[in-house]
Design a protein around this ligand. Structure first.
Ligand code: ACO
Length: 340
């Protein structure tokens, strides 16, 4: 039996560290509010000259080095992002594959907002188990700062830039396998998180479409908008039920999990979910205080921090759980299959 294994993990953190106090200089906000409501203390922003594919390149290169593979060994590259280099084409994955020297192999993007990394795992698992590809590079990469409205205090303080990458390859060792991945979506609440003006929905030539698009846009804006409160409540409920479902499906309990790595959007969401699921504090991986919400990059960046702290060992079982714009959500049970 062929399984997919997460062979390596790596991340890239862009150079500009921005503290909460930096926002006080131009917004009616405070370190106290941001810390109390979100747990975030800092986030990192990419340089103006860096695009999402540059961040993806750095993380992808390190993930290949850690897996001991070269560009020629990669059969496909998939990037998850809500902040691509170009709005429609070429894909960020195409540009990243060029930068990495991965030639003449399939490369494409997926758009699942903060759930992007779970969707990547689902695709990689299927491609490998079906023997379509032997080795895939998956990258969650975001320059979220490129779609933030820095006059909107309710969103711009929440997000950060970064990238996380994994080499996923075939194995016969079930103890190193990606055990299960669940992904879901429901467009009913598309207005909870959206970038209204930069997609075809607000550029339609059909007046009726245009009218209906206006009904779900909060403002006529190019930037990311979020109904934070509504999203918060739904996020906690969905994340808890998603974890319970995947655990039951695999006859596992929270105590069987080495690390629970939820999407890093808000410390209050992570704590609420952790309490509902009775995970021990030591099992829950938290990096939101350092990086803010890096969307599709958040779970692999948190996982990389574990790895770099020498806490991730071959065979450790991680439970990943994400929720984001779409709405989309998903969870995954993943053994670490790399070297410590
Ligand atoms: N500084 C000071 N005050 C602020 C700030 C700020 N940065 N932002 C908002 N406020 C004010 C609001 O204006 C409001 O004031 P009012 O009471 O006078 O109207 C007050 O603070 C409370 O605002 P709420 O929105 O109710 O605050 P809440 O406690 O809900 O926290 C937050 C907001 C942090 C956005 C939270 O709702 C949240 O984390 N939501 C979920 C985010 C999430 O999970 N997103 C999904 C993934 S992201 C993705 O897919 C891209």
């Amino acid at each position: 039996m062929i399984y997919a294994t997460l062979k390596s993990i790596a991340s890239y953190v862009p150079p500009t560290c921005v503290a909460n106090a930096d926002f006080e200089k131009f917004l009616d906000t405070s370190d106290e509010w941001i810390t109390k409501r979100t747990g975030i203390k800092t986030r990192y922003f990419a340089l103006p000259s860096q695009s999402t594919s540059d961040l993806a390149y750095e993380a992808g290169k390190k993930a290949m080095e850690r897996a001991g593979v070269s560009a020629d060994d990669i059969d496909a590259l998939i990037v998850a992002t809500l902040s691509p280099d170009y709005l429609t084409m070429p894909s960020t994955a195409c540009i990243t594959s060029y930068k990495l020297g991965i030639e003449n192999k399939p490369a494409f993007d997926i758009s699942s907002a903060c759930s992007g990394f779970i969707y990547l795992l689902s695709l990689a698992k299927s491609f490998i188990e079906s023997r379509t590809y032997k080795r895939i590079l998956v990258i969650g990469a975001e320059k979220v700062s490129s779609v933030l409205d820095f006059s909107d205090r309710s969103t711009c303080v929440l997000f950060g830039d970064g990238a996380g990458a994994c080499v996923i390859e075939a194995t016969e060792d079930k103890n190193a396998a990606i055990l299960d991945v669940h992904t879901s979506a429901n467009g009913k609440h598309q207005d909870f998180l959206c970038t209204p003006r930069i997609q075809s929905v607000s550029q339609s030539i059909f007046s009726d479409k245009l009218e209906s698009s206006k009904s779900f846009c909060l403002h006529d804006s190019t930037y990311l908008q979020m109904k934070g409160n509504e999203t918060f409540k739904l996020a906690v409920k969905t994340l808890v039920s998603d974890v319970n479902t995947i655990l039951a499906h695999n006859t596992l309990q929270p105590k069987d999990i080495t690390y629970f790595i939820p999407h890093q959007a808000n410390l209050r969401i992570i704590n609420a979910v952790g309490e509902h699921l009775s995970f021990d504090e030591k099992q829950i991986v938290i990096s939101v205080q350092k990086y803010g919400n890096t969307s599709a990059a958040s779970i692999p960046m948190a996982m990389n921090d574990l790895y770099e702290a020498n806490k991730l060992k071959y065979g450790d079982l991680m439970l990943l759980d994400a929720f984001g714009g779409g709405l989309t959500w998903g969870s995954a049970l993943v053994h670490f299959g790399g070297e410590s």
